[in-house]
Write a protein that binds this ligand. Structure first.
Ligand code: FES
Length: 280
């Protein structure tokens, strides 16, 4: 094949190829323009004076809704403000809870005030009848000695928590040698001693035993003679005493403000032995 024929075939192929490209491009332009307005058409439409119905805007819709709601409210009738007047307590009365509360507070207040007033008066008022812890008048000496004789050897003064017994005058010389009896000598010289009822062992009340004429403790069996000197048992000493004075008028006064520690074990000024069966 000659070169001229080859060139002719190449030119023909290029022309065919160019024609195909043009054809395809035209076809795409047709598809894109389907249903779309051309630029010219759109420009004409814009310039045309056409009265289309205007759609309401969102703001106007909201404003209309607010106006509807506002018009639906019925304004209250204007009235002059009224003045609040507190209710009359007399008219209301008192309910049960208020009554109980007030009654409780009143009773408690009255009780406290009465108690305080009584304590104040008792504090200021001189004690008419001294009680345990102070100087206690237990009666006339003659009456007490008579009671001791008639009651089997013992006199119990409950307000002084003490027993009063006879102290034999023949024992006085020995008593003067006992240091624990120094404060008791005045009463002993008047013929009596006052014994604290509390056992020096562990504090039980020690009763008298009329058959033995001793004091005999029911708790652990300590025994003391009639003037409180220890005879047996676990007690660490004799019974404690209180100082006794006999006034000019014959009144026996027991000073219970401070017990006087009992005599040491072995002290035996009276030499009194048991005069009968023991009680414990
Ligand atoms: S309390 Fe009296 S003997 Fe123990």
């Amino acid at each position: 094949m000659s070169s001229a024929v080859i060139i002719a075939l190449a030119v023909a192929a290029i022309v065919v190829l160019f024609a195909v490209v043009l054809l395809v491009t035209a076809r795409k332009a047709d598809v894109r323009g389907a249903g779309a307005l051309s630029r010219e058409t759109r420009r004409r439409d814009r310039d045309a004076d056409i009265d289309l119905p205007a759609a309401p805007s969102g703001r106007s819709v909201e404003r209309a809704a607010v106006e509807d709601r506002t018009q639906a409210l019925v304004p209250a009738a204007a009235a002059a403000p009224s003045i609040w007047i507190p209710p009359d307590r007399e008219e209301i009365g008192v309910n049960r809870r208020q009554f109980l509360n007030r009654a409780t507070v009143t009773l408690m207040s009255t009780s406290l005030l009465t108690f305080a007033a009584a304590g104040f008066v008792a504090f200021l008022w001189p004690t008419a009848a001294p009680v345990f812890g102070g100087k206690v008048n237990v009666g006339k000496l003659t009456d007490i000695l008579a009671s001791i004789r008639s009651n089997g050897g013992f006199f119990y003064a409950s307000n002084a928590r003490s027993y009063v017994t006879v102290y034999p005058s023949e024992a006085l010389p020995k008593a003067k040698g006992v240091k624990e009896y120094k404060a008791l000598l005045g009463g002993m010289e008047d013929g009596i001693v006052a014994l604290y009822q509390k056992c020096p062992h562990l504090g039980c009340r020690v009763p008298e035993c009329k058959s033995s004429q001793w004091f005999e403790c029911p708790c652990h069996g300590s025994q003391y003679n009639r003037v409180g000197e220890k005879k047996s048992g676990p007690a660490p000493r004799g019974m404690d005493h209180f100082a006794v004075t006999v006034s000019g008028t014959g009144d026996v006064v027991i000073d219970t403000s401070a017990p006087i520690v009992g005599a040491a074990i072995g002290t035996n000024t009276t030499g009194q032995e048991a005069e009968g069966p023991h009680c414990i």
